[in-house]
Ligand binder design. Structure first.
Ligand code: SAM
Length: 311
């Protein structure tokens, strides 16, 4: 049976209107019990409710902002900003060189949470002044906190509450961190197809590498760095839910997209829990991207090379 993350179950949003929907604690507990996850059921049983057994939305928001604040340390320790720039820098150079694209170039972080990545990029100016930085999340509390932090830090970036694929302006590049494993079954390919059928030129999504050691690594990290049992639980479950390299490349192969994986299994250290990206680029960008990456381009593999690398 697939593993469930508590944070996916205790909030619900209408995907069209963005309105918060009530969630009954008993329903969540039942779902977790049916999956045999009694520990998770006990964690949910300790959350406060109001009338009709509905989980207190303010308490849930406070809890999720707290957990994501602790989770931000994972992005800091894995140097996710630097690693994105290592790829996105050359990718944007390829975009600028290949044609005269509309300006500004627009980077959209899908499911930005507290916006660590967008705020880091804004603070470091790492991608250049012609790149507009936008974080989008369906969760109003998380994206609200992201906007508050950006204001407090005086950063030049924007946060939007809603569906990243409903923005009025087209993205040049979509990115995300720690989001892919939330899409199960056909939803993963649909996620990539939504970007392939948009005017975007590329996407680059980072998620936990599915190695046999990933759940152990995630357990150790979340034990050491996170206090709330919900954060510890979901951290380990997300490593168990991580998609394999093969599954990501298959799902990302949408029409008009060249799917690529950077540092697949076999090219990375299996003792490190890490996030690695799946990319999708318009085919004409592959040659300029490889030129801009130089030697590092050897680490970028398509479906036809994956079998050789992991052998
Ligand atoms: C686990 S969180 C990741 C948060 C953040 N990227 C990080 O690394 O801390 C996944 C988030 O994706 C958001 N999400 C999923 N699909 C989305 C979409 N189509 N548009 C906007 N947000 C989305 C969810 O609301 C959730 O907050």
């Amino acid at each position: 049976m697939p593993h469930l993350e508590i944070s996916d179950l205790i909030t619900a949003t209408d995907p069209r209107s963005g309105d918060r929907l009530p969630v009954r604690r008993g329903d969540v507990i039942r779902q977790l019990e049916e999956h045999g996850d009694h520990r998770a059921a006990r964690i949910v049983a300790s959350l406060p409710t109001g009338r009709d057994d509905v989980l207190d939305p303010h308490a849930v928001d406070r809890l999720l902002v707290g957990v994501h604040t602790e989770l931000q340390r994972l992005s800091e320790e894995l140097r996710i900003g630097e690693r994105l720039v290592h790829l996105l820098g050359p990718l944007l150079a390829a975009v600028r060189a290949a044609a005269t694209p509309a300006r500004p170039l627009r980077l959209v972080d899908v499911g930005c949470g507290l916006g660590y990545l967008i705020r880091w990029l804004a603070a470091t100016h790492a991608l250049g002044p012609d790149v507009e930085l936008i974080g989008v999340d369906l969760d109003a509390a998380l994206v609200g906190e992201a906007a508050r932090l950006a204001r407090a830090e005086g950063l030049h970036c924007r946060f939007v509450h809603g569906n990243a694929f409903d923005l009025p302006e087209a993205a040049t590049v979509y990115v995300s961190t720690g989001v892919l494993h939330h899409f199960r079954g056909p939803a993963l390919a649909e996620f990539f197809r939504a970007q392939a059928s948009s005017p975007a030129l590329a996407f680059c999504h980072y998620d936990i590498a599915a190695t046999r050691l990933a759940p152990v690594g995630a357990w150790a990290f979340h034990r050491a760095r996170m206090r709330h049992p919900l954060g510890r639980h979901d951290g380990v479950v997300s490593a168990l839910r991580a998609h394999s390299d093969e599954a990501l490349l298959r799902a990302a192969a949408a029409p008009g997209i060249r799917p690529l994986l950077y540092e697949p299994r076999g090219m990375s250290n299996p003792f490190c829990t890490t996030l690695r990206p799946v990319l999708g680029i318009r085919p004409h960008l592959e040659a300029p991207l490889r030129r801009a990456l130089g030697r590092a381009s050897r680490r970028l593999v398509g479906p036809e090379q994956l079998a050789e690398v992991v052998r």
